[in-house]
Design a protein around this ligand. Structure first.
Ligand code: KIV
Ligand code: ZN
Length: 511
């Protein structure tokens, strides 16, 4: 019998701590729905005490997700735990994840607490959490640099107090696989009642070892892995969900466990997270990179054509490549469109909003006959700004780009209730388009990021552009999709300006 490995996804919490990756509540909801579709066991939806916005988004996720446990992070203090407890109340299954640092350097220099005080605080934290749920996870922050005897002591105490999952984070990504595995093995051997809890690991990727450390810990007995889609996360990121899941599945002979993940949802999840955060996936990234399953050398191509397994250990379609189902077409009706948007987690606020989105869908279906889920996800991203909030709108565009000539853009924009012409030259047509918009908007923003992704395959695919703008410490991501990437770029820029205009709140606006 193979054991179950619990997949705890923290894309919406640690992933969101990647500089620039903060998300709005609606974006988090869409990712949460995709994680549920992928059959993640636990979704860490956020840090409820961080702000009202964080609280609201954890609560909103707890209200709609039914098939995954919803978890909120909390420092080991009463206020954080009560905020988390309130936020997860609507969940069908809710967890509080409380943490306190246990390494000498963190206890002495950061917390300025003695080891006994830290232990007391941890036990109290479990007591507060128990008032809300029986599903309580305790993390010893910086466990990777903590003393093993002290870890045994604090874990024994929190298990006695009621913790049900014990998480061992390598917070600063300092550990190496053999050593980390030995730590997990020792803890499981030495901590009384170790068999009554689930042992979990949370590895950061500072030395590029997050997945290797997590897998070594699984071999040593860990049965929960904390990870993120595309390996997003603080600094160099966390262990990547897709790599951990496919490693244990492909090498079940070694790991003797498996997850309940529907792997065909991995690539759609990766694209969704990349589109929303604007963090592109490197082409050679395992599992979800564009080249992960393409063979360049003639010898390899020949081998794969003769017998696929000569060079492939996994099948692209098993992780969701090319699985983009044709979902809707030119003749699909409004009701089919509405139900698919709801399934994808879109927040369609009103009939007017639905009509607007439907009109855009019909326009797209005229240009591109096959509409996939990824196209709809891009359309939803554009629709994050409702028609009423669309202060700036692209009405028409003309771009000039010719060898030896200066690229230029001429745009017709709707600004409020006025139609305005805008023109500019630039170093390329995208630059010209942005400059033309700025002749009108004079936004005073700084462009922090510009990225383009092909949403589906084929030359008729839409390009999805993300533009990140900042002004006075406020950061917004704008998205635009179109079969013409210059038009997509102009739309993304206007989408970001509309978000600034409407004071959209990103939850943790780090740059
Ligand atoms: O890296 C870390 O230690 C964390 C904890 C809060 C689990 O993110
Ligand atoms: Zn972390």
């Amino acid at each position: 019998m193979t054991d179950q490995l619990i997949v705890f996804d923290t894309t919406l919490r640690d992933g969101e701590q990647s500089p620039g990756a903060s998300m709005t509540r609606d974006e988090k909801l869409r990712i949460a729905r995709q994680l549920e579709r992928m059959r993640v066991n636990v979704i860490e939806a956020g840090f409820a005490a961080a702000s009202n916005g964080d609280f609201e988004s954890v609560r909103a996720i707890a209200e709609v997700i039914k098939d995954s446990t919803i978890c909120s992070l909390a420092r080991a203090n009463e206020n954080d735990i009560r905020r988390s407890g309130e936020a997860i109340k609507p969940a069908a299954s809710g967890r509080i994840h409380t943490f306190i640092a246990t390494s000498p350097i963190h206890m002495e220099k950061k917390l300025r607490m003695s080891p006994d005080q830290v232990l007391d605080q941890a036990v109290k934290a479990i007591g507060w959490a128990r008032e809300y749920t029986d599903d309580i996870e305790f993390s010893a922050e910086d466990a990777g640099r903590s003393e093993i005897d002290y870890l045994c002591r604090i874990f024994e105490a929190v298990i006695k107090a009621g913790a049900t999952t014990i998480n061992v984070p390598d917070t600063v990504g300092y550990n190496v696989p053999e050593q980390f595995a030995a730590t997990i093995r020792t803890l499981i051997e030495r901590v009384p009642n170790a068999d009554k809890v689930v042992w979990s690991v949370h590895c950061h990727n500072d030395l590029g070892l997050a997945v290797a450390n997590s897998l070594a810990a699984v071999r040593a007995g860990a049965r929960q892995v904390e990870c993120t889609v595309n390996g997003l996360g603080e600094r160099a990121g966390n262990a990547s969900l897709e790599e951990v899941v496919m490693a244990v599945r492909t090498r079940r002979d070694i790991y003797n466990c498996d997850t309940r993940i529907d792997a065909t949802q991995i690539v759609p999840a990766s694209k969704l997270v990349s589109g929303i955060t604007g963090f592109p996936v490197q082409p050679n990234k395992a599992i979800v990179g564009a080249n992960a399953f393409s063979h360049e050398s003639g010898i390899h191509q020949d081998g794969v054509l003769k017998h696929r397994e000569t060079y492939e250990i996994m099948r692209a379609e098993d992780v969701g490549w090319g699985a983009n189902k044709l979902v809707l077409g030119k003749h699909s009706g409004r009701n089919a469109f509405r139900s698919r948007l709801i399934e994808l987690g879109a927040a369609i606020e009103s009939e007017a909003h639905l009509n607007h989105a439907f009109a855009r869908f019909k326009e797209l279906a005229d240009k591109k006959h096959e509409i996939f889920d990824e196209d709809l996800q891009a359309l939803i991203s554009d629709e994050a700004v409702t028609p009423e909030q669309e202060h700036y709108r692209l009405v028409a565009s003309r771009f000039h780009s010719e060898t030896g000539e200066t690229p230029a853009a001429r745009l017709t924009l709707n600004v409020g209730d006025k139609e305005i012409q805008a023109e500019a030259e630039g170093s390329g047509p995208v630059d010209a388009a942005f400059k033309a918009i700025e002749t009108v908007a004079k936004s005073g923003t700084e462009l922090l990021l510009y990225s383009v992704n092909a949403i589906t395959t084929g030359t008729d695919a839409q390009g999805e552009v993300t533009v990140r703008l900042s002004r006075d410490g406020k950061v917004v991501n704008g998205q635009g999709a179109d079969t013409d990437i210059i038009v997509a770029s102009a739309k993304a820029y206007l989408n970001a300006l509309n978000k600034l205009h409407n004071k959209f709140e990103r939850l943790n606006p780090q740059i």
